[in-house]
Design a protein around this ligand. Structure first.
Ligand code: G
Ligand code: G
Ligand code: NA
Ligand code: MN
Length: 253
């Protein structure tokens, strides 16, 4: 209850910050986009990671308001970078299960894009696989989002279900391979086989594929060998606050 009240206050007062983590083309090293990751900046406790408050925000429904704040700030910042002359990049924002059920989600997305002036092509929404396999009306919602020009990525792919076949029905753009397969890919043949299978499916369905949790050059080599040409992880950079990410953008080009 204490945490809940604190969180309510924080949302009312906007005590959050969005960190950004780069996504890279593994063969050229070029930046391909960035993931927006929220942090709670508590006046006494300091930085509180999302694992500690997103679940509470979901249970209480506060994620609707917080999610909109995150979406608006990520789009606003991305537009600002574009206006400042940085090469345009796609920003990926995480969407929780509760937000997918939100009746006016598409309207909210369209309003945020209009108000921030960000073109839809520079926004992607990351949705965890486990949410999608459970959601019967997912197809219609995803289709409506994509119809407005926003892209969809399946997050943590490979952990949510025992068969890949359902994804052929989903209107999506990108598969994000779960970090658990990347962690040991350089020394585990099963992980290599799984990544290779995911890449093959992605290719046949005309989807992009990206690996998350890339920490080692050996993992990059194994990913390239198995046809995965995009990655995100500590090897390139941890998630950075706006100012630091800007420095990263300046040094990366
Ligand atoms: O870096 P990391 O500690 O940022 O994120 C931990 C978890 O919190 C991840 O599962 C991530 O998807 C989730 N998360 C981070 N930012 C957001 C956000 O803005 N919205 C939602 N729904 N989840 C987020
Ligand atoms: O669930 P989602 O994939 O959105 O969450 C991404 C989480 O992974 C965040 O907590 C982010 O900080 C973390 N992360 C990003 N890169 C790495 C990495 O290379 N290694 C590990 N262990 N975690 C990472
Ligand atoms: Na994500
Ligand atoms: Mn993920």
């Amino acid at each position: 209850i204490l945490m809940e009240n604190e969180l309510r206050k924080a949302i009312a007062q906007g005590h959050f910050e969005i960190y950004y983590q780069p996504k890279k083309d593994l063969s050229t090293g070029k930046l391909t986009g960035m993931e927006a990751l929220v942090r709670w900046i508590h006046p006494e406790l300091g930085i509180i990671p999302p694992n500690r408050f997103i679940p509470i925000a979901e249970e209480t429904g506060m994620i609707i308001e917080l999610g909109e704040w995150i979406l608006r700030h990520a789009c606003q910042q991305n537009k600002r970078w574009q206006d400042e002359g940085f090469p345009p990049l796609k920003v990926s924002v995480n969407l929780s299960a509760r937000q997918l059920h939100q009746k006016n989600l598409v309207e909210v997305i369209q309003t945020v894009l209009k108000e921030t002036g960000l073109d839809a092509q520079w926004l992607e929404l990351e949705i965890t696989e486990s949410v999608l396999v459970k959601l019967e009306e997912a197809i219609e919602i995803l289709q409506a989002i994509r119809d407005s020009g926003v892209q969809i990525s399946i997050d943590d792919f490979g952990t949510g279900y025992n068969s890949f076949s359902y994804i052929k029905h989903l209107p999506i753009d990108t598969i994000k391979i779960d970090a658990s397969f990347i962690q040991d890919i350089h020394q585990n043949q099963e992980s290599q086989a799984i990544v290779k299978a995911i890449v093959t499916i992605a290719e046949s369905l005309n989807l992009n594929v990206i690996a998350e949790g890339v920490e080692l050059l050996d993992q990059v080599a194994a990913l390239s060998e198995n046809g995965c040409d995009q990655g995100q992880g500590y090897l390139f950079s941890k998630p950075l606050p706006t100012g630091d990410f800007e420095q990263y953008l300046l040094s990366a080009h």
